[in-house]
Design a protein around this ligand. Structure first.
Ligand code: NDP
Ligand code: 2IT
Length: 462
């Protein structure tokens, strides 16, 4: 048989782009009923990638886009554990291995009560494009469980992580699939999962990233996502002849991504006036400086408290049940969760004259909100580009584990800055550089797609 891919039939090549997008999305919708988040993620990519794929017949004949939207594997398993009172609990664990055309599956683990197949399939799909953008050899995957860590004791967290890994270990490996953290999973949980993996396999290897520094972690990995989100913003602002210094910034969330985003904004002379959690947001008109940020990190990582407590400790307002997008600012950084900016929020951001948005959370804006912001003149760095710094430094952690060596903080930070600058450049190249405003969404989608698609074509129908 010829190694050359077959050309698509003439009919397919002549298809008009909108008809091709509709047909692709209808097919994905029919195969994945009741999975709105997954469909949303595919839709966001299809808008730009389907028309691009129409120009390459081999992508069509080998159904590259269709294969990308059908995970290689979705593993679902029971997680059984006992709480401190001896009560037995059953949760559902997952690992979605979306695509490994350019490297082992790679992506975080989320522990949150909302976790289901749709959310993890959306995240694994996004991760495939994001990892490609980093230029490092990593495929796309995501995992998690519908476990709520809130209010759980240290020993309950440990037992849950061990129970989760007791099944996951047989599906992962340093050259197969390398998980890391995400919502509800940080250094503590990665440590417990690593310990259980080692116990079960008797192997000390780079099977997880985000590990502690004493057992194979990388400097800057905890900071990387938040720092990267700000480096992306810096690159966008430079492109517009602007800078972070002196800008008022609104940040949502108060976890890993949000807090290191604030740290970097402070370092660059920005003024951050909000943080949030699932109960509401705080508004501090004086700015969340380094001292207050240290207090927040202790609140969230040690005392495991609520952001409302900030308003009692400092001269600030707490807005219960609200999101921060109505607060006047120049720059916005959604760093909590998916769909946290809806059309109403987007219109408000446009009305407030916001210059640019850098998305720290995965898919934080609804599709309509994204269009409203972009059409309203806001420069928008989509999550798969803006938050890629986290997985990029995970990739660097894998490199260091393979080398059995550690780079310095400065070496890792320099590499992270270079990767984010490169991602920005790719977005500009593919995102209509001649137009008045760069379409970063289109740029990220197409640039992320090309490398994966070409690798899939080269590897044949597998
Ligand atoms: P954390 O668990 O450290 O923090 C999550 C924060 O978001 C908390 O403040 C949490 O509030 C809030 N939050 C979570 N769910 C909701 C919700 N449904 N409504 C409102 N607020 C919510 O997670 P991370 O900081 O790691 O992750 C934040 C986002 O960044 C996620 O979208 C994640 O996928 C993305 N991301 C993370 C990376 C990483 O390296 N960690 C890398 C790239 C992207 P509460 O405590 O009340 O739940
Ligand atoms: O969404 C993400 O990119 C992450 N949660 C980080 C994944 C990783 O493997 O570091």
């Amino acid at each position: 048989m010829s190694a050359q891919p077959r050309l698509a039939p003439k009919r397919a090549r002549a298809k008009n782009p909108q008809a091709a997008i509709d047909s692709y999305l209808n097919d994905v919708a029919a195969r994945n009923p009741g999975e709105p988040e997954f469909l949303q993620a595919v839709q966001e990519v299809a808008e730009h990638v389907v028309p691009f794929a129409l120009t390459r017949p081999e992508y069509q004949s080998l159904k590259v886009l269709e294969r990308l939207a059908e995970p290689d594997r979705l593993i679902s398993f029971r997680v059984t554990w006992q709480d401190d009172h001896g009560v037995t609990h059953i949760n559902r664990g997952y690992r979605v291995q979306n695509n490994n055309a350019i490297g082992p599956y790679k992506g975080g683990i989320r522990f949150h009560p909302s976790v289901n197949a749709s959310i993890l399939k959306f995240l694994a799909f996004e991760q495939t494009f994001k990892n490609s953008l980093t230029s490092l050899p990593m495929g796309g995957g995501k995992g998690g469980a519908n476990f709520d860590p809130k209010g759980r004791s240290e020993s309950e967290i440990m037992r849950f992580c061990q129970a989760f890994m007791s099944e996951l270990f047989r599906h992962i490996g340093p050259d197969t699939d390398v998980p890391a953290g995400d919502i509800g999973v940080g250094g503590r949980e990665v440590g417990y999962m690593y310990g259980q993996y080692k116990k079960l396999t008797n192997r000390f290897e780079g099977v997880l990233t985000g590990k502690g520094m004493a057992f194979g972690g990388s400097l800057i990995r905890p900071e990387a996502t938040g720092y990267g989100v700000v480096y992306m913003m810096q690159n966008m602002l430079e492109h517009m002849g602007q800078e972070v210094a002196g800008k008022t910034c609104v940040v949502s969330g108060s976890g890993n991504v949000a807090t290191y985003c604030v740290e970097k904004l402070n370092e660059l002379g920005g003024k951050v006036v909000t943080l949030s959690d699932s109960s509401g947001f705080i508004y501090d008109p004086h700015g969340i400086d380094a001292e207050k940020l240290a207090w927040v990190m202790d609140l969230k990582n040690v005392r495991r408290g609520r952001i409302s407590e900030y308003a009692d400790a400092f001269d600030a307002e707490f807005h219960e049940g609200k999101r921060p997008w109505g607060v006047m600012c120049d720059l916005a950084f959604p760093c909590a969760t998916q769909n946290e900016i809806d059309t109403k929020d987007a219109k408000q951001l446009v009305r407030n004259g916001v210059l640019a948005v850098s998305e720290g959370a995965n898919m934080p804006s609804t599709p309509d909100a994204t269009h409203i912001m972009m059409e309203g003149g806001i420069r928008l760095a989509p999550s798969k580009a803006a938050n890629a710094g986290g997985v990029a430094v995970s990739g660097l952690e894998m490199s260091q584990n393979s080398l059995r060596y550690n780079w310095t903080r400065d070496e890792v930070d320099q590499k992270l800055r270079a990767i984010m600058a490169d991602i920005h450049e790719h977005c500009v190249t593919y995102g209509e550089p001649k137009a008045k405003s760069v379409n970063y969404l289109k740029g990220a989608n197409v640039a992320g797609f090309v490398k994966v698609a070409d690798a899939m074509v080269a590897q044949g129908l597998v």
